[in-house]
Design a binder for this molecule. Structure first.
Ligand code: HEC
Ligand code: HEC
Length: 350
């Protein structure tokens, strides 16, 4: 991430960022011919109540693409010293997020932000806590090349898979283009399949299972969307994320990570971060962009207190009074968003 962010800091203008990304996409995609979609399309299992995600025309899902992307996701071949893979920081058992505040990349180096879940990234409209990457495919460039993560220049990553007979074959099957190794597109294809929508909440809300939630969880859901708490104003829709950027009052001063304003250079974006999904939230702690809150109880206390004052803090964060029982109900509701079928899905394993 640092590589991309540092670059963006340096050029610091939206137009240049655009041209940089354009250049990058040529590098990654090779010359874009009309790619014939190979046989055996991969059919996404779209949960009840969910829309179909937008899959780009040039990366329509096929079994070969998803299989290749999964292999790359689990393979340390994409890190300089062959020790770190995507899954090192995004393990399935924690809904593809990490349990430490900051994750370790090559040589034990620590990253600068908390590793987010990959739950439902297929529905993302921007990636990273500051929304600095517009597509999943471009996003993948950052972890591969970042010195704090996998630390491997892209040309070397391509060289490695090119010289590996198995990958050579898999790329040809998946993308049907001789001599082209769209690593990041394959990773994108696999990540599109990480769809989670079968939690107890989903069974209750979308699938008509009146008994799928306990009374306490149902009370928590009512609190969550109440005018008093306003959680649902930002954690909205089927994925519990508006996709927008907000300041939830974490700090009075954001120090060297001002969030969204790194991308827009707009002071009114300082302290704003992408509204994260709350799906599988029980498994994805520690919380916030810097992993500064260890537990969901702390998160609830934070919102109840109204947080720190900052000129950009959202007007929705005003604090509220809650009984111990209500806090417990809210917590139980948040935990009803855990989709164990997703976390244990053998299709996502190595
Ligand atoms: C060393 C740990 C580490 C490794 C390895 C790693 N990631 Fe991440 N990942 C992170 C962190 C930290 C962030 C958040 C960075 C930020 O917001 O600046 C992140 C963010 C993401 C996001 C954005 C999610 C969102 O909702 O915004 C995606 C997608 C992602 N990683 C995919 C991958 C893929 C694919 C790989 C392998 C090529 C990978 N990651 C390797 C730590 C890691
Ligand atoms: C003004 C919009 C807004 C409102 C209202 C809001 N949130 Fe958030 N929430 C955010 C943002 C933005 C973040 C991410 C902040 C960061 O990364 O530093 C977040 C983070 C979280 C997280 C941590 C997610 C993670 O993966 O780290 C939880 C849990 C959470 N909110 C729950 C709630 C609950 C419960 C309520 C209601 C009491 C609520 N939110 C109200 C915007 C909001």
């Amino acid at each position: 991430m640092r590589a991309l962010n540092a670059f963006i800091d340096r050029i610091n203008s939206k137009a240049s960022v655009f041209f940089f990304l354009l250049a990058l996409s040529f590098l990654l995609y090779g010359c874009k011919k009309d790619v014939a979609v190979p046989e055996k399309p991969y059919t996404l299992d779209i949960p009840e109540g969910f829309p179909a995600p937008n899959i780009p025309d040039d990366n329509q899902l096929t079994e070969a693409r998803v299989r290749l992307g999964k292999k790359l996701f689990y393979d340390p071949i994409l890190s300089s010293d062959y020790t770190i893979s995507c899954v090192s920081c995004h393990p399935q058992e924690f809904a593809f997020s990490d349990i430490t505040a900051l994750s370790e990349g090559v040589n034990g180096k620590l990253g600068l932000r908390n590793t987010p879940t990959l739950t439902n990234v297929a529905y993302g409209t921007s990636f990273f806590h500051d929304g600095g990457a517009p597509t999943l495919s471009l996003q993948a460039v950052a972890p591969i090349t970042d010195s704090l993560e996998m630390n491997l220049p892209l040309d070397q990553a391509i060289e490695r898979v090119k010289n590996d007979p198995e990958y050579n074959q898999l790329f040809r099957e998946a993308y049907d283009e001789e001599g082209v190794f769209p690593i990041t597109r394959a990773l994108e294809a696999f990540q599109f399949t990480l769809i989670s929508g079968n939690s107890p909440f989903d069974k209750f809300y979308f699938q008509g299972g009146e008994d799928a939630l306990t009374d306490s969880e149902k009370r928590g859901w009512i609190l969550f969307k109440s005018n008093g708490l306003k959680c649902r104003e930002c954690h909205s829709g089927f994925n519990f994320s508006s996709g927008g950027f907000e300041s939830n009052g974490l700090y009075e001063a954001y120090g060297n990570d001002p969030g969204r304003s790194r991308i827009t250079s707009n002071p009114s974006d300082e302290g704003k971060f992408k509204v994260p999904t709350l799906r599988n939230i029980e498994l994805t702690g520690p919380y916030m962009h810097d992993g500064s809150m260890a537990t969901l109880e702390q998160v609830i206390e934070h919102y109840a207190s109204g947080g720190s004052s900052h000129p950009n803090k959202s007007e929705l964060i005003t604090g509220f009074e809650m009984s111990e029982q209500e806090k417990q109900d809210l917590l139980n509701f948040l935990k009803s968003l855990t989709d164990w079928e997703f976390v244990n899905n053998p299709d996502f394993r190595e």
